[in-house]
Design a protein. Sequence first.
Length: 242
Amino acid sequence: MARRFIALVLALILWQLCAQLSGSVLFPTPLACLEAAQLEIQDGILWSNAKASLMRIGVGYALACVVGVVLGALSGISGGWGAGVRDVLEVLRPIPPIAWVPISILWFGLGDSSAWFVVFLGAFFPIFIQVSHAFSNCPKEYLDVAQSYRASSWQTFWWVRLPAAATDIAQALRVGLGIAWTSVIAAELVGVRQGLGDRIQQLRYVSDYERMIVCMIVIGALGWLMIFAANQLERRLISWKS
């Protein structure tokens, strides 16, 4: 903890020095950004935009988790056709979430639905692919033991396949969460109204660089908090794996 605090202080000092040396309004000082943050908080603008972004990622990510895990598990235990589905989705996975934004706006307009769609796609592909691989690569000796005890398909899934894939599922959900957060910000930057990304665009038009940096710091802080919470939850839920 002490090292992290020292690193943070050193980063702020370096930021202050660089801002003073540049002497440009394009590179505001930490103090100027702190004052801008106070104004954003007092006006309620920062909270309302952060809330909009968090609500969007909540809906899109939840859908991606449910659909990605269920379909990933089904494709992983189904053999041939599951591998075919994975191959098709592997072609779509490299498409950046931001590339789906124009299509999502055409289909759903500028409201929350288009943001949900982009977040869903951003999180779905890594979740589905990793979960599918996890279930398809269940150790054969585990399955042989289950078969020797004449376990049913459901018992094998619940007591063998699922525990064996638990770590990979948790990792997939964590990766999907990070991509979902960047996806919603990207969607807001290029067209979806309200949210932290849209707020940055509004501030860019009026050249308010201090508040822009404040929004960027909030985006990073919220993303870090989400990943931290996901890590803590993973450790608690699957601590038995160690």
